[in-house]
Design a protein around this ligand. Sequence first.
Ligand SMILES: Cc1cc2nc3c(=O)[nH]c(=O)nc-3n(C[C@H](O)[C@H](O)[C@H](O)COP(=O)(O)O)c2cc1C
Length: 324
Amino acid sequence: MRGLRIGSLTVKNPVVSAPMAGISDKAFRVLAREMGCGLVWTEMISDQALVFGNRKTQELLDIEGEHPICVQLFGSKPETLSQAAEMAAGRGADMIDINMGCPTPKIVKNCGGAALMKEPDLAAEIVAAVVAAVRIPVTVKIRKGWDENHPGAVDFARMAVAAGASAVTVHGRFRGDFFSGTADWSVIRQVKEAVDVPVIGNGDVWTGPDAARMLEETGCDAVMIGRAARGNPWIYRDAVHFLRTGELLPPPTSEERVEMALHHFDILVRFKGEYTAVLEMRKHAAWYTRGMRGGARLRERLHAADTIGSMQELIRSVLVQQPV
Ligand SMILES: Cc1cc2nc3c(=O)[nH]c(=O)nc-3n(C[C@H](O)[C@H](O)[C@H](O)COP(=O)(O)O)c2cc1C
């Protein structure tokens, strides 16, 4: 298994975590790193909100002690994206990624995210401006394209690299696909063949063998894993282990899942305080207990867990329901 080199940044293995708004916060990233993930991504952060000093957005840039870490920014203006990138670099980011793939209407209507794939000149200007503003590698995360009628990932990736991008992440779906169907990995291969910087493949890696298959079928340099990690940080360990040995690890036991959920909750409380941690843990607890006996009953009761103690008790209660 090879490591990954993006510009001046060396990453110990080719397994990276995906940026996921509302999910890949500091607690999630701590777990991903504990599970061996080579490089973690923040969730996307608005350039404008950072530059204008929005307090909640500033909190998203709490990356102290996290290395290596990529800060993902979204926006549509070269000036504010550059300023935001400088702020992120000042906080210790090892890499800046620019979101050019988010399909959400709220983002694309302001010409951010995937809408930039319809505006390659503006996108090139953005990449060049951000590259000029910071001394760390700058990358872009794109989709297969906006739709069939616009330039696709290959031309767009070439443009981004010509403008100075040090790597390209490709999610094999069009903007309009959102998350439907299965990701088209052939486009990852096409981009890999077209550019001479590392390409990170993304979309529908759910297991260690999927990670190996994506690397093999597309020739990409690393795999990015997102949804499979919800309630399942072991995916990073599984992928790294499978790539290293070709062996599958046994899935976590019910006890391990409950322990991990409690550990996740502990970290959330430490970073965000009781009120927010309890609210946010509701979705994580639902994911951790998916498929477990008593999980459905737990999910019905999650809204009533409103203190640290009641959340911990509820999570532990699932164990009582497990067959011995
Ligand atoms: C809840 C959620 C939030 C996401 N937020 C972001 C984001 O902030 N930035 C981004 O580039 N992609 C975002 N994505 C897309 C993922 O990074 C990734 O491209 C996508 O989930 C496909 O990978 P997967 O099949 O491994 O999940 C998000 C996806 C989900 C499910």
